[in-house]
Design a protein around this ligand. Structure first.
Ligand code: SAM
Length: 477
């Protein structure tokens, strides 16, 4: 439906019409406009100064009335006067109660309202038009299979597969939850008159993913006009966004900033976000990005671990570890790994017990004490063998980092075929080299941590206690 609307013109407005829409609905522009920045048109529209401006004493550059914010709260308000929207949100249950679910559903309904083939659906509101100004971002969920293959060995590859699976599940839920609603059956799902496809769910997801901002005072939302600002990190961030005491959205020039006429007003989408997340959510990498910054690698409990099923049952942590930059070095963290590296002989145990309502559940124990596995690290940190556990974890991570580097190297020097588009090729190439570089740095950090741990008293004692002579190699994996 959305792609038909874009092609047919009923779901598309040129960006130069935006000021008319915005001022009509009460958005105040102070010395700024929205449009493409000459020389950087591939970045879409952005906020540009009309005149030279200085931070500190200037008025907010943009003021967006609170009723234009696409937030869960406002969508619930709209639903009071739009019974089609109410029906959808109710039918979707838990998903309709999340901000993301409510926004995606709302956007889908606005596109349905705009479609010339629908009649008497939904209630026209200012945001029905706004969706027409939003571009279709080429996020990796829209890359072809061939383009996604270029990501093999990067942390983006499993993230995109998992996202596509969860989008498919959500779309099937949307279908089963709404196909008994008359107008949905007719306009969305009917074999001949139904217009909705999986592509529509992917598109509304991409709109939200690439534009949602966490607004101090309003939470996660899409803020019309302020969401036209492009990203720049560090000192290059020109403006901040927040809400005023009435809940209106504000774009404010940073203190001390001076922007010449015709220059861009950027905001930050989050300076801590890594390369993987930037491509995943926004479909670009900032020019000056020289590090992958953060990477999440998965971990599995070995098949030959006799406690594996119980460990999987009790675990609440994300099954993997994060490596991240800390000053000039690389550090790592994981809540999950501690469950892999301790076993029965160390003091970990599981017992099945019956709850008061007759159900059975597994309870974990550490040295006979009941254990909340989310706090496992705290327990084993206090254990005399802590350095031994750390050493096991370090060796495990070294292996995992090595495997990841190997997978990346297997297709080092990827080639662009005629069917691969420039943007996916360029982003995949940059991500591959940034992540390989970070993995190399992580490998060297882990190697020095391992060397240090081998010297630790507890480890030395452990080597002695296991009866090995000092030169014997112990397998910590
Ligand atoms: C919140 S929107 C910003 C407005 C958007 N440019 C538009 O035309 O509607 C985020 C999208 O803008 C683009 N973008 C933002 N900052 C960028 C940058 N520094 N370099 C390249 N593209 C950028 C990306 O396509 C991103 O997904």
């Amino acid at each position: 439906m959305i792609s038909r609307g874009r092609a047919g013109g009923w779901l598309k407005e040129p960006i130069d019409v935006l000021p008319k829409w915005a001022t009509f609905h009460g958005v105040a522009f102070n010395g700024v406009k929205v449009g493409p920045l000459p020389g950087f048109e591939e970045r879409g529209s952005t906020v540009i100064t009309d005149q030279k401006i200085e931070g500190g004493d200037s008025e907010p550059l943009l003021v967006v009335p609170k009723d234009l914010i696409i937030s869960r709260q406002n969508i619930n308000l709209f639903a009071k006067s739009d019974h089609h929207l109410r029906e959808l949100l109710d039918a979707l249950g838990d998903l309709g109660r999340t901000t993301r679910g409510a926004v995606l559903t709302f956007l889908l309904l606005q596109a349905t309202i705009c479609c010339p083939e629908t009649k008497d659906i939904g209630v026209l509101n200012p945001l029905t038009e706004y969706i027409k100004f939003l571009p279709d971002e080429l996020l990796p969920t829209f890359w072809t299979e061939e383009e996604q293959e270029l990501l093999a060995g990067t942390t983006l590859k499993p993230a995109v597969s998992a996202k596509l699976n969860s989008l498919l599940r959500e779309f099937e839920n949307l279908r089963s939850a709404t196909e008994s609603i008359g107008w949905c059956a007719k306009y969305w799902w009917d074999e001949s008159s139904g217009m909705l496809t999986f592509d529509d769910w992917m598109r509304v997801d991409a709109m939200y993913r690439s534009r949602a901002l966490e607004f101090p005072g309003a939470g996660d939302c899409m803020m019309p006009c302020i969401d036209m600002a492009n990203h720049a990190s560090g000192d290059a961030t020109a403006a901040l966004y927040e809400t005023d005491s009435d809940g209106n959205g504000l774009l404010l020039l940073r203190e001390g900033k001076r922007i010449d006429q015709g220059d861009e007003i950027t905001i930050t989408y989050g300076d801590d976000k890594g390369a993987c997340e930037n491509i995943f959510s926004y479909g670009f990498l900032e020019d000056g990005m020289t590090s992958a910054k953060v990477m999440f690698l998965d971990l599995d409990i070995p098949d030959d671990d006799p406690l594996r099923p119980a460990k999987i049952y009790v675990s609440t942590a994300a099954p993997g570890f994060r490596i991240f930059e800390k000053g000039d070095t690389i550090d790592w963290e994981s809540d999950f790994i501690w469950l892999i590296v301790v076993n029965e002989e160390d003091g970990l145990d599981f017992k099945v017990r019956q709850t008061t309502d007759g159900k059975r559940e597994i309870q974990a124990f550490w040295r006979e004490q009941e254990l909340d596995t989310a706090k496992l690290r705290e327990y084993i940190e206090a254990d005399p063998a802590w350095d031994v556990f750390r050493l096991r974890a370090t060796v495990l991570l070294q292996d995992r980092v090595e495997v990841q580097m190997e997978t990346l190297r297997q297709i080092e020097g990827i080639r662009q075929t005629a069917t691969v588009r420039d943007v996916p090729f360029m982003l995949a190439s940059r991500l591959r080299s940034l992540e390989l570089e970070m993995l190399k740095r992580a490998a060297s950090t882990l190697e020095s941590q391992r060397a240090q741990l081998l010297d630790a008293d507890a480890v030395q004692k452990y080597l002695g206690l296991t009866g090995g002579d000092e030169d014997e190699q112990v397998d910590f994996s």
